[in-house]
Design a protein around this ligand. Sequence first.
Ligand code: SF4
Ligand code: SF4
Length: 342
Amino acid sequence: MIVNFLKNLFGIIHYNNKIDFFIYKKLRSYLPKNQYPRPPKSIAIDPCSVCNLSCPACVACKSTPGFVSAKLSFDKFKLMLDKMPFARKLLLCNWGEPFLNDDIFKMIRYAKTKKLYVSLYSNLNIKKNDCFYTELALSGLDDLLISIDGITQENYEKFRAGGNLSLVFENIKKINAAKEKKSSSLPKLYWHLTINKYNEKEITQAAAKAEELKMQFMPNYIILYHRVIPIDESEMAEKNSYWLPAKNKNYYHWQKNKPYRLDYPCQNLFLTVFFDPEGNCFPCRYLSDVKDSFGNILREDFFDIWYGKKFLSARSLFLKNKTLPVNKAATICDSCVMHKKY
Ligand code: SF4
Ligand code: SF4
């Protein structure tokens, strides 16, 4: 518990269970804030926004106007990281499949030279040779979170369309074999299961299978919509009836139209920052349209963005005592329905 407490206090990007998530929310909402926070310890860089699957409920990408579909080059990655020496944790993914980027291990190794804690999510629908698994076991990657939404192919592919469950299991066994061969305890493996109507009856079996595969089990709620914009009622009704689980209703609040989905101020603007493969900077992981970006780290200094007009204006929405910039900048945060504003 104390470890998770500290992990969350310092802004680690993922959480492992509902108790972690609860603490994470509470802690983050009580952290002191002002318009000029310290630079973020947790950052996310997307190495590849191209994906090999076509999940029907993917809120990411392909259909979003302004979405950048690209792979990040190592040189750009290095330039980005070198501009953020204050970072301690790196989430090396956002939209898409990170292992489609051939430079991924080079990036992880470089991040490790800077003593960063590195995590990434993968669908693991990849066909690679033995060298890949050896390199993975030796790369220093701390956490590998694998999205596995079911225990049978039929239910798995409902959400992970185009995915092959046997291939995923085969790949996990290869990772475990490579870790054993190289006497490496890393990466730690996590089974990330998004609970939906079709796989909810498989949760117990999935937990047992995760243990067999030496993975930590992380069931999670389903997100069907863009988080920051209001949802069309008819679209919502249709998606809800198709996807929402009957029993696991804990997170239904995400799926309802309310003035704000969460009744506490946005913490993202004070604690983290996200970059797409072109260097566009976003204040939270939910954004992918380049027109919503707050700057570009390949062209600008990090601090010009972090203390720039857009961040200052957006932060001011969530502060009681604030000093607005002389010319307030309009941002996506003005119309965001995710967090309650002052
Ligand atoms: S694996 Fe992730 S990014 Fe790729 S289509 Fe599915 S939800 Fe979208
Ligand atoms: S206010 Fe909304 S759009 Fe802005 S950073 Fe927070 S969650 Fe993202």
